[in-house]
Design a protein around this ligand. Structure first.
Ligand SMILES: C[S@@+](CC[C@H](N)C(=O)[O-])C[C@H]1O[C@@H](n2cnc3c(N)ncnc32)[C@H](O)[C@@H]1O
Length: 207
């Protein structure tokens, strides 16, 4: 089984429990981050790894959103949420971030939250994002990453094999560098929580 299929199976397995397991973090942190960083976005938007669709209610009713995810079971919950929301401006599709079946230069924004910890080849996925962004487009990421603090980074490195084995999640990814390696330019960066572990990155298509 290839790495992407392994991630897909892992998320299919935890899909039924995902909302429960993440409800505390959602209330304390992600709900306000989604409100601040997603609600103002307009135009044609792609969310990669939309999961169970917790972000759906934060999107502006006037935007056009395509949400993709590799896991059918995660998407199933997102589809229920979408139906409950009654939104007609949102489409959901099963797709791999590493191989987007989408046109070049087609999105004003691409959004991710806690996704590039699990995409097996993050630079490949980020290059795909770069390809589908319009020249004026922006990538908005809310991700947990490798800390610059030596002690926190050591804890992340030590625990990474366990989180990777159990959930497919890597907690020691240098996502900032991966964005740069994919050819994009970071234009804004904020520490969101746990010192510099949870970060916001805003990047432009051309580095
Ligand atoms: C930790 S969950 C985050 C879900 C959602 N973004 C949120 O904030 O609740 C990671 C999501 O990324 C998806 N994912 C992982 N690798 C992917 C890939 N290569 N392509 C598309 N989705 C992927 C998983 O299936 C899962 O739904």
């Amino acid at each position: 089984m290839d790495q992407s299929s392994k991630v897909e199976k892992k998320y299919d397995r935890i899909a039924g429990l995902y909302d429960l397991l993440t409800s505390g973090n959602e209330k304390r942190r992600f709900s306000s981050w989604r409100k601040n960083f997603i609600s103002p976005l307009k135009g044609n938007i792609l969310e990669i790894g939309i999961g169970t669709g917790k972000s759906i209610k934060y999107y502006n009713e006037n935007c056009k959103l395509l949400g993709i995810d590799i896991s059918e079971k995660m998407l199933q919950r997102a589809k229920e949420r979408l139906a409950e929301s009654g939104r007609a401006n949102i489409t959901l599709k099963q797709m791999n971030a590493e191989n987007l079946d989408l046109e070049n230069d087609s999105f004003d924004y691409v959004v991710t939250s806690c996704v590039f910890c699990s995409v097996p080849d993050p630079v490949k996925g980020l290059k795909e994002i770069r390809r589908v962004l319009k020249p004026s487009g922006k990538l908005i990421m809310m991700e947990h990453v490798l800390s610059k603090n030596a002690l926190i980074a050591l804890i992340e490195h030590i625990n990474n094999p366990i989180t990777k084995l159990l959930t497919g999640i890597n907690i020691n990814r240098d996502t900032r560098q991966n964005v740069v390696n994919a050819g994009m330019k970071i234009t804004d960066e904020k520490n969101l929580a746990f010192f510099d572990v949870f970060k916001l990155f805003v990047a432009e298509k051309n580095g």
